[in-house]
Design a protein around this ligand. Sequence first.
Ligand code: ACO
Length: 331
Amino acid sequence: MIKSYIKSISFHVPEKVITNDDLAQVMDTSDEWIKTRTGIEQRHSVGDQCLGPADLGAIAAKKALDKSNTNKEDIDFVIFATSTPDYYVPGSGALFQEKMGLNTIGVLDIRQGCSGFVYALTVADQFIKSGDYKNILVIGAEVQTTQLDFDNEGRGTAVLFGDGATAALVCPSVDDSGILSSHLHSQGKFVSELGTEYPSSKYKDIITVDNVKNRDHHIHMNGREVFKHAVRRFPEVILEGLTYNNLKLEDIALIIPHQANLRITQAVQKKLDAPDNKIFSNIHKYGNTTAASVGIALCEALEQKRVERGDTIVLVAFGAGFQWGSIVLKW
Ligand code: ACO
């Protein structure tokens, strides 16, 4: 049976850095509060450059193509994951396709929040397994900092998120490396605990002055509820992947989780009884980059040689919906 693998992966973050101290200049917060509760020290931002996820995704994708000496003409499908799309309609995939100058190939948009990259990679895996596709670009990209509420009312979420993009080139495996399995879940019962409700087609005016006044167009989160479910679902779906493949934690070189919050990552590590070197974190540098975070973390884990050829690793994510999932793969 055909298997898929990540032939190359890259990332891009905009140059501008917003530190916790910068945030403390505009809202009632502090470096100490943010660091102790989230592990975040800074995040990157597009600032006022008027760049969307399609722009950041294109920069990351060009790097991934260069790394693997792949011509853009050989790309036969794009899967674009974002929760902060450039347009309401169409999805960012079409904008990305145009920015990259790709052929008139199919593009698919994924709206699975923080689990976007894991969902997108899973779809790519299935398309490759079908035998019909050979070079799929999977993008996870977010521009969060233009959407956040930087007034005091928004401080519970504004300090968490950052901008960035990742791009993975997914191809048929040439040896025994590649995706071994993926496990996706969702529980829409908790949709109101985390998300951005407006603009919404449910209402006559897609966005009203009242919505803006109530700050309904900014992301809202019930932090404690998210924490509670995340620390349950992350370990559960990691173990689901291990059990499916008849593997033990000792067989895994590294777990690369969505970078939601350092305290969530630490609680997951504790629940799994995993040693410090088994679970990756880079949230201090980028904050939560939502659909981009797993890919950015994988890139940095590779740069730091924490993942080597032949290693088995787990990618895992949890986010709005709630939606969560894991991928077990041999690098
Ligand atoms: N700076 C200073 N004070 C703040 C800030 C801030 N940025 N944000 C909230 N506070 C205040 C609150 O107003 C509150 O003040 P009060 O006691 O006077 O009312 C106090 O801090 C405590 O607020 P809580 O919301 O109860 O803070 P908590 O200790 O729960 O920490 C946090 C909030 C860090 C978000 C926590 O709930 C958490 O870790 N949740 C996990 C959710 C998460 O990290 N999600 C990431 C995005 S979603 C995802 O990726 C899956």
